[in-house]
Ligand binder design. Structure first.
Ligand SMILES: Cc1cc2nc3c(=O)[nH]c(=O)nc-3n(C[C@H](O)[C@H](O)[C@H](O)COP(=O)(O)O)c2cc1C
Length: 331
C-alpha cells in the first residue's frame, strides 16, 4: 500500500504528522514518535510573549488601544532581545532534533502581532527547521475592535513572517472568521504555502472552589473532526497550497475521511497524549487494512474524492443539507 503524500513541498512517508503538543518538545519524545512511524513533527510552539519576554505588553496595546490598532502596532518593539534564554533553548533543541531524527521537522511560532518578534522566524530557519508553522490566536475582548481590523492583523502577521524566511510557511488557522475560505485565500496571497484546518481553542471553565475563571488545554475526540472535513472539502484544489486536517483526528477512519475530503495530510495531538505514541502503528495498520479491503492502492488515489468539486452530492456542504439534517432527526 502506498501511503506517501506531501505537504509544504516536503515528502512524507505517510499522512500522519504529530501536531504541536508537549510530545513534540524534545529530541527524546520526537524520537519515540519517529520510532512508531510518524511522518513529520510540528514542534511545540515558541510564543511571542516568550520572545519579547514582556508578557502583557501585546495584550495591553491590542486591548487598551483597540480604537487605534494601527497606531498601537507602532508601539510594539521593532527589535527583540535575541539573548532570551527560552528562545535560545528552542533554537538549540531544533539543532539537536534535526541531527537526531530523519523525518521533517516543522518549527512553530505562536503570536499575534507583526512586531519585531517575527524576525525570530529566520532564526528558526537557520537552526535547521524544514518549514515553519504560524499559529495566530487572538481573542478580542473589545467591542470597539471591528472584525475587518482583526482579519487584517492576521494577514499582516502572516505577510511579515513570510518575508523573513525561504522555508515554507504553514498557517494554522481558526474557523471563526466570517468566511474562512476568503481568509484561507488571503493567507495564501500573503505567503502561506500550507494551511492547517483548524486550530482548536483552549477551554474556558470556572473553578467553583477558588471561584475563578480558568483556561485549559482542550483534549478532543473524533466528534471534533467535522469542521476540518467541511473546509478541506470546500477548499480542495481551490488554492495553490497544501491542506492539513487538524483537530479531531483519532483513528484510521478519521484520516481516510480527511484525505477523501481533500487534506494532503493529518495532524494529531490529543490521541497521542491519551493513548501514547504506540497508537500511531495502530492507525497506520487500520488505514492499510481499510485500503486493502476497498481496493485502494495509494493515498493519492483517494485524495479529494468526496470534496466539493468531486462529490456527486455537493448540497451536503450547503444550507439545503443543513435544513434536511435538522428536519429529519430521528431518536
Ligand atoms: C496539551 C496541549 C498543548 C498544545 N500545545 C500547542 C502549541 O504549543 N502550539 C500550537 O500551535 N498548538 C498546540 N496545541 C494544539 C494542538 O497542536 C492541536 O492543534 C489541537 O490539540 C487539535 O488537535 P487534536 O484534536 O489532535 O488534539 C496543544 C494541544 C494540547 C492538547
Amino acid at each position: 500500500m502506498e501511503l506517501s503524500t506531501s505537504i509544504l513541498g516536503l515528502n512524507l512517508k505517510n499522512p500522519l504528522i504529530a501536531s504541536a503538543s508537549p510530545l513534540t518538545g524534545s529530541l527524546e519524545s520526537i524520537r519515540k514518535l519517529e520510532d512508531n512511524g510518524i511522518a513529520a513533527v510540528i514542534m511545540h510552539s515558541l510564543f511571542e510573549e516568550e520572545i519579547n519576554h514582556e508578557i502583557g505588553q501585546i495584550d495591553h496595546f491590542l486591548h487598551v488601544n483597540s480604537n487605534s490598532y494601527a497606531e498601537a502596532l507602532t508601539y510594539l518593539p521593532s527589535e527583540v532581545d535575541f539573548d532570551n534564554l527560552q528562545a535560545d533553548h528552542y533554537l538549540e533543541e531544533i539543532r539537536r532534533i534535526k541531527e537526531g531524527v530523519h523525518i521533517p521537522i516543522i518549527a512553530s511560532l505562536n503570536g499575534v502581532s507583526s512586531g519585531g518578534w517575527v524576525k525570530y522566524a529566520k532564526k528558526l530557519q537557520e537552526a535547521g527547521a524544514d518549514a515553519l508553522e504560524l499559529n495566530i490566536t487572538y481573542i478580542p475582548t473589545s467591542m470597539e475592535l471591528e472584525g475587518y481590523r482583526v482579519e487584517q492583523m492576521y494577514i499582516d502577521t502572516v505577510a511579515t513572517v513570510a518575508e523573513q524566511i525561504a522555508i515554507p510557511l504553514n498557517v494554522k488557522m481558526n474557523s471563526y472568521f466570517s468566511n474562512p475560505a476568503n481568509m484561507a485565500k488571503r493567507f495564501v496571497e500573503a505567503g502561506a504555502k500550507g494551511l492547517s484546518l483548524f486550530d482548536n481553542p483552549t477551554l474556558v471553565d470556572v473553578d467553583l472552589e477558588l471561584l475563578t475563571p480558568l483556561q485549559r488545554a482542550n483534549i478532543t475526540s473524533s466528534e471534533r473532526l467535522s469542521e476540518s472535513l467541511r473546509w478541506c472539502a470546500i477548499l480542495y484544489k481551490k488554492l495553490s497550497c497544501s491542506l492539513c486536517a487538524n483537530t479531531g483526528i483519532h483513528t484510521g477512519e478519521d484520516v481516510l475521511k480527511a484525505i477523501m475530503s481533500g487534506a494532503d495530510a493529518t495532524a494529531l495531538a490529543s490521541v497521542l497524549l491519551i493513548k501514547g505514541e504506540g497508537e500511531i502503528k495502530q492507525i497506520l495498520s487500520d488505514i492499510n487494512e481499510w485500503m486493502e479491503k476497498h481496493e485502494y492502492e495509494s493515498i493519492s488515489q483517494m485524495k479529494g474524492s468526496i470534496s466539493l468539486i468531486h462529490t456527486d452530492n455537493p448540497s451536503v456542504f450547503e444550507r439545503n443539507s443543513y435544513m434536511y439534517a435538522l428536519q429529519h432527526y430521528r431518536r
